[in-house]
Design a protein around this ligand. Structure first.
Ligand code: TPP
Length: 328
């Protein structure tokens, strides 16, 4: 029986019972997203991409797990670091590359770039992303509130994905208050990667965590390891059920971005406390490495099969980026 490497919970509580396809699908999705992020970094480094890119390598588990719980009618509203969610929800690698290369076939017609992604068609579970920190929290609330009050989509939820920096904007607390009072089907997913730009969370939040500040507000909160895809899938599934019934929820997912705040640098020695020691410590907790090891340990996959997934996905991502570049 495959067990969560952190919680000791059996994986069959996550896989199978909730209609989540299988661990292999999740591993493949995480690997694909990692390769796309690496490719974007390379394209940026080599001057093919003009605007800034905020990469989510290291945070793939949250996006893949969340995508398992959102169904048609639900909408995710994301921030500046949102490629992972766009890919997990749409699978549209070509639309993403095309967007970065300013092509009209890009997901935002080539006009938005990394920070303004748009889900197409209108029924997409990915609504859009916007770089104004905290801006999409009220957008998701509006979606949730409209659904609830119009009764058009009474069980559809609004999901806001934010970084830890976004909770330092006042609108976050206004939204939490309204969501609670109006019982809006709102899920706020906070990707706490410990940094906001170049400032470590220990300089911004007394206890290094967000969820505790919400205890008094009534909104339901959960804290989890955002690098454990199975745990994330399990928690999201549970929370989304509650959100659908009108209980707004906030979940804090601890994770780490491999790249720095913007573009392809790793930001070691920049700002506060993103030290080489932290960096190496978190690389050892990489969600793909840990999940691959768990799948091999529990005989879901052999080491050769894991290597084959990497090889197949590398070929796939390279082929798509080459095609888009050739048409540039
Ligand atoms: C309202 C607003 N203030 C400041 C900025 C500049 N800014 C862009 S990203 C960022 C940090 C965001 O950190 P966090 O929310 O933790 O997300 P992360 O980049 O770590 O994923 C800031 C301050 C902005 N885009 N919008």
């Amino acid at each position: 029986m495959l067990e969560s490497y952190l919680t000791g919970e059996p994986y069959d509580r996550y896989y199978g019972t909730f209609g989540i396809p299988d661990p292999i699908t999740d591993l493949t999705s995480m690997i694909r997203i990692r390769l796309v992020e690496q490719k974007i970094a390379d394209l940026k480094k080599n001057g093919f991409i003009v605007g800034p890119v905020h990469l989510g390598a290291g945070q793939e588990a949250i996006a893949v797990a969340l995508s398992r719980s959102l169904i048609e009618g639900d909408k995710l509203f994301g921030g500046h670091r949102c490629h992972t969610h766009y890919l997990a929800l749409t699978g549209d690698v070509e639309g993403l590359f095309s967007e970065f290369l300013n092509k009209s076939t890009g997901c935002s017609g080539g006009l938005g770039g990394s920070m303004h992604l748009c889900g197409k068609p209108m029924s997409s579970r990915f609504a859009y992303s916007n770089p104004i920190v905290s801006h999409t929290i009220p957008n998701a609330l509006g979606y949730a509130f409209a659904n609830r009050s119009s009764r058009a989509l009474p069980t559809s939820i609004g999901c806001s994905v934010i970084g830890d920096g976004a909770v330092e904007e006042g609108v976050f607390y206004e939204v939490v208050n309204i969501a609670e009072i109006k019982r809006c089907p709102l899920l706020i997913v906070c990707e706490n990667n410990l940094m906001a730009s170049h400032l470590h969370i220990s300089h911004r939040q007394k206890r290094g965590s967000i969820a505790h500040t919400l205890k008094a507000r009534g909104i339901k909160t959960a804290v989890m390891n955002g690098n454990d895809v199975a745990m994330c899938a399990f928690v999201f599934k549970k929370l989304v059920e509650e959100v659908r019934s009108g209980q707004p929820c906030f979940v804090e997912c601890f994770t780490y971005r491999h790249f720095g705040h913007v573009d392809y640098n790793n930001d070691i020695g920049v700002g506060e406390q993103r030290s080489n020691v932290d960096y190496k410590k978190w690389l050892a907790k990489d969600p793909i490495t840990l999940f691959s090891a768990a799948c091999i340990r529990e005989s879901f996959l052999s080491a050769e099969q894991v290597s084959q997934i990497w090889a197949d996905e590398t070929q796939r991502v390279n082929a798509i980026s080459n095609r888009v570049l050739a048409n540039a």
